[in-house]
Design a protein around this ligand. Structure first.
Ligand SMILES: Nc1ncnc2c1ncn2[C@@H]1O[C@H](COP(=O)(O)OP(=O)(O)O)[C@@H](O)[C@H]1O
Ligand SMILES: [Mg+2]
Length: 329
């Protein structure tokens, strides 16, 4: 395995809501813009993934970007990829974070995407989100109150919102190409991706979660839950291989719930470093009848933007700040 390149540190001065690079195959996720990089044999095809400053909530991309968020997400992901490589449990898609490796991209475009790019091995995405929960929160808490279980995993009675689970659990969801992801049980995940694959990736996801949660706790952060994506690497002949790799972003505040340990108090909703803060602001609008969770989303007020930036910065600093014994190195 090659070593993970250092992320360029976040420079939250510029805001980037959308990219338009002179590269083929542009597609747009809610947060990231993705391009194909021409494959040159004997190299397998690569993707360019650019993290913009877009933010989504309830699967709606909001009109107001969060300045510097894309750089923070990239930096946090890259640090975690490095940590995960040290675990030796699975290969991943990250090849480079250096825009210099992009053919045909001039200086102007290059500087606009600095610190936001991951050059990755292309993969056939497995259409399942591998959600791992160590604590009871969010949709898991709602499902538990109704059924006493999450995604078919039976839990002890009497748990409170925010309680630590007896052990981390795998609660898969579908990865819907449009609309909302749907919670499914283990058997349904096996029907989608095959039992041997789900068995293996469940183990991989649990191992990464446990190691990452332990590291985060040593940095005064609770990793309450997170979501991984996996895929089959595309090989140098442009064929889908049988090599399973970890893809997408990893363990970012967009894909995870992070809580400051000193304010952790089960029995209520936790203070957090993730986008729950934005969700709560929006839920206030929903309750006031000013928004119905459908596009277009409402503008965010400057204070909410500023508070959101500082949450992303704080979790980055706690996890990987200067005083840290650097993860994975
Ligand atoms: N190595 C890869 N190969 C192919 N697709 C990938 C790879 N890594 C991530 N992706 C996909 O790229 C997209 C990333 O953009 P994002 O804004 O997160 O999209 P989404 O709205 O689907 O969450 C996701 O759909 C993810 O599944
Ligand atoms: Mg995503």
């Amino acid at each position: 395995m090659t070593s993970v390149p250092n992320a360029i540190s976040a420079n939250p001065s510029g805001t980037l809501a959308r990219t338009d690079l002179p590269l083929p195959g542009r597609r747009e996720g809610k947060i990231r813009d993705i391009y194909s990089l021409p494959a040159e044999a004997p190299t397998a095809p690569r993707l360019l993934i650019v993290a913009t400053d877009r933010i989504s909530a309830f699967d709606v991309v909001l009109p107001t970007p969060i300045p510097g968020k894309g750089q923070l997400l990239t930096e946090i992901s890259v640090r975690w990829f490095s940590f995960i490589r040290g675990l030796n449990v699975i290969a991943d898609h990250l090849v480079s974070t250096d825009p210099i490796d992009l053919p045909g991209i001039g200086i102007k475009h290059r500087s606009s995407i600095e610190g936001r790019v991951m050059i990755c091995r292309a993969a056939e995405v497995i259409p399942i989100e591998f959600v791992i929960r160590g604590y009871l929160a969010g949709s898991g808490w709602i499902e538990y109150q109704e059924h006493g279980s999450i995604c078919g995993v039976r839990l002890p009675d009497g748990l409170r919102c925010g309680d630590k689970l007896p052990e981390p659990i795998f609660t898969p969801t579908t990865k819907a190409s449009s609309g909302h992801d749907e919670a499914i049980d283990y058997e349904r995940a096996c029907t989608v991706a095959g039992r041997a694959v789900i068995d293996r990736l469940q183990n991989v996801a649990l191992r990464i979660y446990c190691a990452a949660a332990e590291y985060a706790l040593s940095r005064r952060v609770i990793l309450a839950d997170t979501k991984f994506e996996f895929g089959y690497a595309v090989d140098e002949h442009n064929h889908i291989s049988d090599e399973l790799i970890l893809i997408d972003e990893v363990l970012t505040p967009d894909s995870s719930r992070y809580w400051p340990v000193e304010r952790y108090q089960p029995g209520r909703e936790q203070d957090n470093f993730d986008k729950q803060y934005v969700r709560n602001h929006l839920l206030g609008l929903v309750e006031a009848g000013q928004w119905d969770k459908t596009p277009p989303g409402p503008d965010l007020p400057p204070q909410v933007v500023a508070d959101t930036v500082s949450r992303y910065v704080e979790v980055r600093d706690r996890l990987f700040g200067r005083d840290s014994s650097r993860a994975g190195s």
